[in-house]
Design a protein around this ligand. Structure first.
Ligand SMILES: C[S@@+](CC[C@H](N)C(=O)[O-])C[C@H]1O[C@@H](n2cnc3c(N)ncnc32)[C@H](O)[C@@H]1O
Length: 364
């Protein structure tokens, strides 16, 4: 078995960095970093890239904090909820889409070079852009292995047509976002290599089973990033520890090796890796987010996140929109309803599906 740990210096190179337990945070541009670390080094990547490519450029971040938009759309408040600014992905023009393609093709090529054969890549997405981004990642040499659906009510979409809300009260321009897709990809294994051989030679090629010896599931019942985590790390795209811990745990099939987050932001993936006892390396190019991460990582790592009890797992359907909202509202809608036998068959199928999914909750 190839169990050699990469010496810290092999990954940190000459960049400014800070160590947290067995993990590191590096201040660098990830394209440069990926092209400089030794080939076949990383056991996995878990990352949340800048989807509009330019939304984390200095001028765009300044516009966001001044509340004047740029690529960041400031959504209207409604129902007592103030929604966070959202990058205006729908407004990318052809030239910007081509920039996005080149960005992800280039990133994938560098990732393929740096990853071990069979290493998995988890890439945060959104329903609108996952198709072109995944196509570009495949073009860059990664193998598409599916998507992980993070069920979360994002408060995105679902609005009536802009400036014509009163004219079209029964219409919504886009569906209300209830999930976040995460691309699951892999560096191809050598031709004819079996998963078992890849595990023996490279410690990669598969995913770790969830606690309790259950298979890792591609449906994860999640939560919005809790306020206590947002108070620790005020990053516009902060992901919750409950979700990140689950996928950082799954990313290393044997629990050994190193996971990189090449777009580390506030360091949430590195905190998750530390919390589940695996080694992470985060790379962030903005000095302000790097400084934010230095403070946030120890605090996010220390947060408690619980596994659901068996009782909660059995009750999970009542926390979902499926039965509670659709079931209640269906009574008011002029739609044909399924017969009672179909109805009970489909609700027990829903129950079974969500019992197989994961539900981690923050305890804060
Ligand atoms: C979507 S955010 C990730 C936030 C992260 N999920 C968190 O929870 O904090 C993307 C991050 O990638 C950083 N970034 C963008 N381009 C980069 C590059 N070339 N190298 C390293 N970091 C980059 C941005 O500054 C931003 O902080």
């Amino acid at each position: 078995m190839n169990s050699k740990m990469n010496a810290a210096s092999e990954l940190v190179l000459d960049y400014q960095s800070v160590r947290f337990g067995s993990s590191q945070l590096i201040l660098a541009d990830c394209f440069a970093w990926l092209s400089r670390i030794p080939e076949n080094t990383l056991h996995a990547i878990v990352t949340d890239p800048p989807y509009g490519v330019k939304e984390y450029d200095h001028d765009q971040i300044e516009k966001r904090s001044n509340g004047i938009g740029g690529i960041w759309r400031i959504p209207p408040s409604f129902d007592g909820h103030t929604r966070s600014p959202l990058p205006r992905f729908t407004a990318l023009n052809q030239r910007e889409r081509e920039t996005l393609r080149q960005f992800f093709v280039e990133w994938a090529k560098l990732a393929v070079r740096a990853l071990r054969p069979g290493a998995h890549v988890f890439v945060a997405g959104n329903a609108f852009l996952s198709q072109p981004v995944l196509a570009a990642l495949v073009e860059g040499g990664l193998e598409f292995r599916g998507e992980i659906i993070r069920l979360v009510r994002t408060l995105r979409g679902g609005d009536r047509p802009k400036n014509a809300e009163m004219d079209f009260p029964g219409v919504c321009s886009m569906p209300r976002g209830c999930y976040e897709p995460w691309g699951l990809l892999r560096k191809p294994m050598p031709l004819r290599m079996k998963v078992s051989d890849c595990l023996r030679e490279w410690e990669t090629g598969a995913l770790r089973r969830a606690l309790g010896d259950r298979p890792f599931s591609d449906l994860i019942v999640s939560e919005r990033t809790p306020r206590c985590e947002r108070e620790i790390a005020d990053h516009p795209s902060l992901k919750p520890q409950s979700f990140l811990r689950l996928i950082t745990y799954a990313a290393l099939p044997l629990g050994a090796g190193v996971i990189a987050d090449t777009f580390a932001g506030s360091g949430s993936t590195i905190a998750a890796a530390e919390a589940v006892g695996v080694r992470g390396v985060g790379v962030e190019r903005r000095a302000d987010y790097y400084s934010m991460a230095l403070k946030a990582i120890p605090k996010l790592t220390a947060l408690a996140v619980s596994l659901p009890s068996e009782k909660e797992r059995n009750e999970v359907d009542s926390t979902l929109i499926t039965r509670r909202d659709i079931g209640e509202k269906a009574k008011q809608l002029p739609l044909s309803r399924p017969s009672s036998s179909n109805r009970s068959a489909s609700s027990s199928a829903t129950l079974a599906m969500f019992r197989d999914s994961e539900l981690y909750k923050s305890n804060c």
